[in-house]
Design a protein around this ligand. Structure first.
Ligand SMILES: [Zn+2]
Length: 293
C-alpha cells in the first residue's frame, strides 16, 4: 500500500470506529475510548522536551502517557488520540512498540508514515468530517466556524482550522505564524483554483502591510489573545492576478508568540469537496504541519 493511501485509510478507520461504536456525538472522548479497551491513561508532567505522548506495552497490558507541559485540553486530547491511532491501526503496535515504549513528538514534522497515520487517525477521531460539513453548510466562511467546531470537538484552534481548510468547499487559507514569520499555510481546494498564486513558504515573513503583520508586531496582542477582523485583497497575501476581496481574521494564540490567521471568501468560487476517499492531494499538504496547537 502506498503511503498516501495509508494516511487516508487511517482517517477513515477512525470515522468507521466512531460509527461502529455508536460514538457519533461530540466531543469524542479519547480517554473513555482508552478506558473501554482497558488502556491505562496517565498524565506525565516530566516528559522529555517535545514528547507529546507515549504508548507503552507490558505483555498484553497497554498504557498511554500524555505530556502536560502544554496546558491545553486540545493538545492533550490530540496526544491521547494519536496514541490510540497506534493502538488501533493495523501493524502499528508491532512496529512502534518493538522496545515496549513509543514516544510521539508534537510538531515533529516527520516523514515517518506511522506518525502521520496516527495523526490522521486522531484528526478523524476527534474531528469527524460529517460535523464539519454540517457546520460549513450552516455558516458563513471564516474563523467563526473554527471557533464553533473547536468548541464542539474540544480540539485546538489550529488543528480545527486545518481540518476546516481540508473539508470546506469555500476559498479558505489557514496561516500559522510565529512573531511575524510563517510556520505554514494551508489552502482549501477552492482557494487553490485562483490563477497564479504564490504559495506562502515556511520561514518567510507575514506579507507586509497586512493587518496580521501589524497585529503580530505588538507582542501583547498575541500574548493576550487579541483578534483582528478586516477586509483585504487576496493577492496581498497569496499573490496571483485576482482582485477578489477576502476576510482576514487573526487571533493571538497566547504565550507561544503564535498567530492563527484565517483568510476566507464566500465569493471567490466554490468547489465540490469530494469525500475523504478522493482527497489524496489535500492529504499531502494537510498532514505535515503541527496539528496539536
Ligand atoms: Zn506516535
Amino acid at each position: 500500500m502506498n503511503h498516501l493511501f495509508r494516511v487516508k485509510m487511517a482517517k477513515q478507520k477512525a470515522e468507521a470506529f466512531l460509527r461502529d461504536e455508536g460514538l457519533e456525538r461530540l466531543p469524542v472522548d479519547p480517554f473513555a475510548i482508552a478506558e473501554d479497551r482497558g488502556i491505562v491513561v496517565q498524565p506525565k508532567p516530566d516528559t522529555a522536551d517535545g514528547v507529546s505522548g507515549m504508548l507503552l506495552r507490558h505483555g498484553n497490558v497497554f498504557g498511554i502517557m500524555y505530556a502536560t507541559y502544554v496546558q491545553s485540553e486540545g493538545f492533550q486530547r490530540f496526544s491521547v488520540a494519536h496514541e490510540l491511532g497506534h493502538y488501533f491501526l493495523e501493524g502499528h503496535v508491532d512496529h512502534v512498540l518493538k522496545d515496549g515504549v513509543h514516544e510521539s513528538r508534537a510538531g515533529f514534522v516527520s516523514g515517518d508514515p506511522f506518525e502521520l497515520e496516527a495523526d490522521a487517525f486522531a484528526a478523524g477521531l476527534l474531528m469527524p468530517s460529517g460535523f464539519f460539513r454540517r457546520a460549513i453548510a450552516r455558516r458563513d466562511p471564516g474563523l467563526g466556524i473554527v471557533y464553533e467546531l473547536s468548541d464542539d470537538c474540544r480540539t485546538s484552534l489550529t488543528a480545527t482550522a486545518i481540518r476546516y481548510a481540508e473539508l470546506t468547499g469555500d476559498a479558505v487559507a489557514v496561516v500559522v505564524s510565529t512573531r511575524g514569520i510563517i510556520d505554514y499555510c494551508i489552502l482549501s481546494e477552492a482557494m487553490k483554483t485562483l490563477p497564479g498564486l504564490a504559495f506562502i513558504r515556511k520561514g518567510t515573513d507575514v506579507p507586509s502591510g497586512t493587518a496580521t503583520a501589524a497585529f503580530a508586531s505588538v507582542p501583547e496582542n498575541v500574548s493576550a489573545g487579541a483578534a483582528v477582523d478586516e477586509e483585504t485583497l487576496v493577492r496581498f497575501w497569496l499573490g496571483g492576478t485576482s482582485n477578489a476581496k477576502i476576510r482576514e481574521q487573526t487571533i493571538g494564540l497566547g504565550t507561544y508568540g503564535k498567530c492563527l490567521t484565517v483568510l476566507s471568501s464566500g465569493t471567490i468560487g466554490q468547489v465540490e469537496v469530494e469525500d475523504e476517499a478522493d482527497e489524496e492531494d489535500a492529504l499531502v499538504e494537510s498532514w505535515t504541519p503541527r496539528l496539536r496547537r
